[in-house]
Design a protein around this ligand. Structure first.
Ligand code: ZN
Length: 311
């Protein structure tokens, strides 16, 4: 383990045992305090409405980002996220497209942090994967505007003269996940699959790693220029290629570490050994990416457990 971290960990344990500092305070000040800067900072906090191509716009609300397509029949919005975000977006849409209705709202996948607040946009149609209600019904889901149409498998939507290809990604990040390819704009929008020069948050929750890799590879095989992920900044196709390579290097190093050191819990000080095996080679290639240190431990733990389980 990194010497500084080791010294820090020892002194923290000593501090807890000698001063009676509560474990809650310790965890809040260290682990949680370390993760927080991943989600905030210049260029992350606040809102921004931008035009990306002839017909496509993007709206950023804090670390979330969605997509707006301007068609002859009305606007198409992919992912409302939450009521605060759609309230802010509605003001922008009314200013930029006065009198123009939201023709269709599409949910990229069922996750509640992507599917709330849609009612504020007053969409005429709402589209989601057919399995979404199964998951919504298992939890409290107030604020999710009910779909008017369910889809499954790859689905081509032609709305107001714009072809939107909804690509079903199978079991990847849930089994309700779509990516959206708009060939006329040479653009792809993905939800929770790929970021631009930014490491994953918390190992990407709800990720089935083999399916997630297949999904990334499928999108990379498409012909497009502009890559818009649902969090942080947007970029170009090569950014998604780089992100896939980063995720796969993390998995490969975790896999090799398990082979060398053994599966989790079978020997002493395994976390320190896993850390050494993965941190330094990853830092060499991705140390400059946003959130590298902040998210490293959470991503490492996810990769180690995932590789041990085949998940
Ligand atoms: Zn999600």
């Amino acid at each position: 383990m990194n010497k500084k971290l080791l010294v820090f960990a020892f002194s923290a344990v000593l501090a807890i045992s000698t001063t009676g500092c509560s474990p809650r305070a310790f965890v809040l000040n260290t682990v949680m305090g370390t993760v927080d800067p991943y989600f905030h900072g210049d260029g992350i906090d606040g809102t921004k409405f931008e035009q990306l191509t002839d017909k496509v716009y993007t709206f950023q609300w804090n670390w979330y980002r969605n997509l707006i397509i301007n068609t002859d029949e009305g606007l198409v919005v992919i992912d409302p996220m939450n009521a605060q975000m759609t309230s802010a977006l509605k003001l922008e849409l009314d200013k930029k497209f006065p009198g123009k209705k939201v023709h269709t709202l599409i949910y990229s996948h069922y996750h509640l942090d992507h599917t709330k607040g849609g009612a504020i946009l007053r969409p005429l149609n709402v589209i989601a994967h057919e399995k979404s209600p199964t998951y919504w019904n298992a939890v409290e889901h107030d604020g999710v505007l009910a779909p008017t149409r369910y889809i499954s498998g790859d689905t081509v939507l032609n709305i107001g003269g714009v072809e939107i290809r909804a690509l079903y990604l199978g079991l990847s990040h849930t089994d309700t996940l779509y990516a959206f390819h708009i060939p006329s704009e040479r653009l792809v929008f993905t939800a929770d699959l790929g970021l631009v020069k930014t490491v994953a948050p918390d190992g990407v929750p709800d990720r089935y790693a083999p399916g997630y890799l297949a999904a990334m590879n499928r999108i990379i095989s498409l012909d497009f220029d502009t890559f818009v992920p649902s969090h942080f900044g947007y970029g170009v196709k090569q950014d998604l290629v780089n992100w896939r390579d980063m995720m796969e290097q993390g998995r490969a190093l975790a896999h090799a570490a398990i082979k060398d050191i053994g599966g989790p819990g079978v020997r002493e000080n395994q976390m320190g050994k896993y850390f050494d095996a993965v941190y330094y080679p990853m830092r060499e290639r991705y140390g400059q990416w946003h959130g590298f240190n902040e998210m490293f431990v959470l991503n490492l733990v996810r990769d180690i457990i995932g590789e041990a389980l085949g998940d």
